[in-house]
Design a protein around this ligand. Sequence first.
Ligand SMILES: [Zn+2]
Ligand SMILES: [Zn+2]
Length: 342
Amino acid sequence: MSRSWWRHKAGGFGPSLFREFFGLGKIPRLFFIWGLHKFNFGLYFSHDHVIGNNDSEEIMTTVFDSLTEDLDAIYAPSRKPAAPVYKQTCGKCNGKGRVTFGFTYVQSGTCFACKGKGFFEFKTSPEQRAKARVASQARKDRVQAAAVARADDWRAANPVEAQWLEKSASRGFEFAVSLSEALNKFGHLTEGQIAAVRKCIVRDDERKVEQAQRAASAPELTVEAIETAFANAKQAGIKWPKLRLDDFVFSPAGANSANAGAVYVKQGETYLGKVLGGKLFASRDCNNETRDRIVAVATDPHAAAVAYGKRFGRCAVCARELSDEASIERGIGPVCAENYGW
Ligand SMILES: [Zn+2]
Ligand SMILES: [Zn+2]
């Protein structure tokens, strides 16, 4: 049914009421016409001819057909031309949608990557997607480069903090490592992070002062005897000599260790210090009383080994039980004593 025809007719009929009604829109207009026919009011107008009321059957059909067509046209969702879909075979399952796994017991299951479809669907072509990926990477690179430049500016503006970060990170201090990464990623540190770094700097400085004070106030502790004892043991062919003196364990550092040549002192799992060049370097965990006891046993390891043997009934060197009378008397196994040059 032509709109223009009705517009024209409605306009041409003159009376404003009629025009108003016909101007309401398509649906009321259609129902009105349908109603006209239904109650057989007489005339029905079509495109190019006038039909008399004796053709009511045909009119009925025509009106109904066009009515439903028009309603369809109004209410049907607007059908856009279907967007092209690009299919890409799933590489995980080679397009089969199923994968096999297991070596001894081979099983198969739905491919997780494509959810069993065997392909992926994209709204863009592979070329478009490749281009988008390149562009996205370039964008990320630009952002990253900008952040690094800002991080450099930050370092220049905060030399003390930057130096601490670099030094601590290179030593493997986790906190400093993660902050350095954050700095490079975002180009700056947050207020909280800067405060934390400054706290660490203050703490490190305090420690340095403390260490210097300890070193200055520490008495000259000459404990060469224990180094001599271990040198003898190594000469005797013992690869990993060990001495249990008092409740400490003395053992030389490995030849490839950073402390090669030193003798470590431990109490259980606690590291108490090291003897190097005849001097005792006590750790933070070593209090003055403990330090004095270490010095006492390290100064005369033989006497300390005997005291250990008599106290615990075990050899201070190999930790074996002292069984024969002579060994119990001596407080140390004869072979071990010889190895250590006693
Ligand atoms: Zn798949
Ligand atoms: Zn022994």
